[in-house]
Design a protein around this ligand. Structure first.
Ligand SMILES: *Cc1c(COP(=O)(O)O)cnc(C)c1O
Length: 392
């Protein structure tokens, strides 16, 4: 591995040359079934023909112009996101952490715009992950991620994930917003209960706070709805997303209601690349597929099948696994043995997954998988579990 690459990742010594659907191939043509999807990014699998076509077509026409000009692809994508969500306004970014930064800025601006600049604090949850900029790190408050990086961005109060009483108690005259992942990803595939999500909406209404949802990982069809909060039948004021929205092209967005976004007037926020024509062409192509008639129903059906098979696996190997977690195709296996040992063994068997906190294995397959792919994954998991159970 190259000494020139800054070693902030403990990389696996494996390089892929191409991908097709849910499969990745090395230069030596070894095939892997990809149930990691670049951490919920390759929502439509690898080299999806519609995404490749959109990239090629736009690539010949125009890659980039400044946001100083109208970008018709972005106007179109924003309009479609608005038509299919709670939101009235969309700002495009290049990543999830930038979308979170934008959402945080918007929430602070909202109160200042309404003559209450003292309301700037945001309540967040333990074991959250919101990205790697200083403010996103400060928002999540993970000591390991913050260590050595100096003063953090002030203005974040942390409460236990899922505890409405603690959350209510943390509200002060300075509170601007509550910011939560409907399903914590890095934190270990921990899904908020429907009651907690509904309660967040109630509390925000009661205290005049904005509800910010981080759907960077759980959004874009991952749970069988365009956005995960739809299952709780609530609407946030602000939502940040990224990962699956670009299908592999760096793209993120934050969405807001007109009311919440009232302070975001010309000059208040910007991005050089955010929402450029190339990104917008691909974003529109991803959304074309996600919004196809019957697409989400298929996701829900294959997710139910996957979950059933995983529940059986866990029941068969209680020495290896404790439980199945998550929703839709954002699934976690809580392990009784070291998750990293299981992940390595799965990889050796040709199945890619990704770890999370709390000794969890994340299974985030492309949304376009078929039963045969699930069966193939389960067969590998069965083999791995058998060996692990014998060793345990
Ligand atoms: C990945 C992730 C982020 C950060 O996204 P980047 O594109 O890596 O900046 C933020 N929030 C959640 C929930 C994520 O999973």
């Amino acid at each position: 591995m190259s000494e020139a690459v800054m070693p902030t990742y403990a990389r696996i010594d494996l390089a892929f040359e191409r991908g097709e659907g849910p499969y990745l191939y090395t230069a030596e043509n070894r095939r892997y079934l990809d149930f990691a999807s670049g951490i919920a990014v390759n929502s439509l699998g690898h080299s999806h023909p519609k995404l490749v076509a959109a990239l090629e077509e736009q690539g010949r026409k125009l890659w980039h112009v400044s946001n100083l000009y109208r970008i018709t692809g972005g106007e179109e994508l924003a309009k479609r996101l608005v038509a299919n969500s709670f939101a009235d306004k969309v700002f495009f970014t290049n990543s999830g952490t930038e979308a979170m930064e934008g959402a945080i800025k918007l929430a602070r601006k909202y109160h200042s715009h309404n003559g209450q600049p003292q309301k700037y604090r945001i309540i967040t949850c333990d074991s959250a992950f919101h990205g790697r900029t200083m403010t996103a790190l400060s928002a999540a408050g993970n000591e390991k991620h913050l260590d050595g990086f100096g003063p953090r961005t002030p203005g974040f109060d942390h409460v236990a994930f899922g505890n409405l009483n603690e959350l209510r108690a943390a509200i002060s005259d300075e509170t601007a917003a509550i910011m939560v992942e409907p399903i914590q990803g890095e934190g270990g595939i921990r899904a908020a209960s429907m009651d907690f999500l509904k309660g967040l909406r109630t509390v925000c209404d009661e205290f005049g706070l904005l509800l910010i949802l981080d759907e960077v990982q759980c959004g874009n069809g991952r749970t069988g709805k365009l956005f995960a909060h739809e299952w709780a039948e609530i609407e946030p004021d602000v939502l940040a997303t990224a990962k699956g929205i670009g299908g592999g092209f760096p793209l993120g967005a934050f969405l807001a209601t007109d009311k919440a976004a009232a302070g975001m007037v010309p000059g208040t926020h910007g991005s050089t690349y955010g929402g450029n024509p190339l990104a917008m062409a691909i974003g529109n192509a991803v959304l074309d597929v996600l919004l196809e008639e019957g697409f989400m129903e298929k996701v829900i059906e294959i997710a139910d099948y996957t979950r059933d098979r995983l529940e059986n696996l866990v029941a068969s190997y209680p020495a290896v696994f404790q439980e199945v977690r998550g929703s839709g195709l954002m699934l976690g296996l809580k392990c009784r043995v070291l998750n990293t040992d299981v992940i390595s063994a799965m990889r050796a068997g040709g199945l890619l997954s990704v770890g999370a906190a709390d000794n969890v294995i994340r299974l985030l397959p492309p949304l376009v998988i078929e039963r045969s792919h699930v069966d193939e994954a389960i067969a590998i998991l069965e083999d791995v579990s058998k060996n692990m159970a014998q060793a345990a």
